[in-house]
Design a protein around this ligand. Structure first.
Ligand SMILES: C[S@@+](CC[C@H](N)C(=O)[O-])C[C@H]1O[C@@H](n2cnc3c(N)ncnc32)[C@H](O)[C@@H]1O
Length: 224
């Protein structure tokens, strides 16, 4: 039986104008995932090993994470871009998965009732979302008490003066590439804490010259 309640399409507010279709970026991202490094695959594997029970994935893209979910999980995967969703649907069929359902939605406005999920997952999504605070508010609202937010996100390289300056300078150009809206200088660790999460575990790995470091780990709602 489903643990979450669905808001009907009539009541849903259509993603606050954030739903889209960017064929170029979706095709590029499908290619990029196929060629991603062993390091990135390892990060996905380690990150998703913590998912439990009813899982909501936000910004699932082409479904790169689907193969890594532990047995026994039920996944509701959301994504605002219909071109990404088409590819994610193909991935579900390719892998023969029966535990994944897809829905078009932006992270800032997820059409499900409160406290329906044991885990919420984001993988390289907070570099894209327009309103990180609103999206993290949704993550909090959707998690059951004791549920966990599981994330892997590339962030601003705050520890290196050279790289953080380069990221800040290049970001206006980078975010326009392929119309993707990816930012290389988001401070997502801080945003997670500001949204009232307690980070239980966090690792930092180099994942390329500009989109580095990637942080991955687990956070929960509530006091330390
Ligand atoms: C770099 S891709 C990562 C896709 C996937 N999570 C993965 O790990 O391969 C970023 C994804 O975030 C999605 N995205 C962009 N804005 C979003 C938003 N406001 N809410 C949720 N997802 C968003 C994009 O459409 C894209 O699929």
């Amino acid at each position: 039986m489903r643990a979450y309640t669905e808001v009907s399409p009539m009541e849903a507010k259509h993603g606050g104008g954030r739903l889209r279709a960017n064929r170029l970026f979706a095709a590029f991202w499908e290619w990029a995932v196929r060629h991603e490094s062993k390091t990135v695959r390892k990060i996905r594997q380690k990150t998703l090993a913590d998912a439990r029970g009813w899982v909501l994935e936000i910004g699932c893209g082409t479904g790169a994470n689907f193969a890594y979910y532990p047995a026994g999980t039920q996944i509701v995967a959301t994504e605002p871009d219909s071109e990404m969703l088409k590819r994610a649907q193909r991935k579900v069929q390719e892998l023969g998965l029966k535990n994944v359902e897809l829905r078009q939605a932006a992270a800032e406005e997820i059409p499900y009732g409160d406290q329906g999920f044991d885990s919420v997952v984001s993988a390289w999504v907070f570099c894209h979302v327009d309103d990180a605070l609103a999206a993290l508010g949704e993550v909090r609202r959707l998690l059951k008490p004791g549920g966990t937010f599981i994330f892997m996100e590339h962030v601003r390289y705050d520890k290196s003066r050279f790289w953080r300056t380069a990221q800040d300078l290049l970001n206006p150009i980078w975010r326009r590439l392929l119309g993707a809206g990816c930012n290389v200088n988001r401070q997502t660790e801080q945003a997670i804490e500001d949204a009232g999460f307690h980070i239980q575990r966090l690792e930092r790995v180099a994942t390329g010259p500009l989109t580095s470091p990637t942080i991955y780990g687990v956070a929960s709602v509530g006091p330390r």
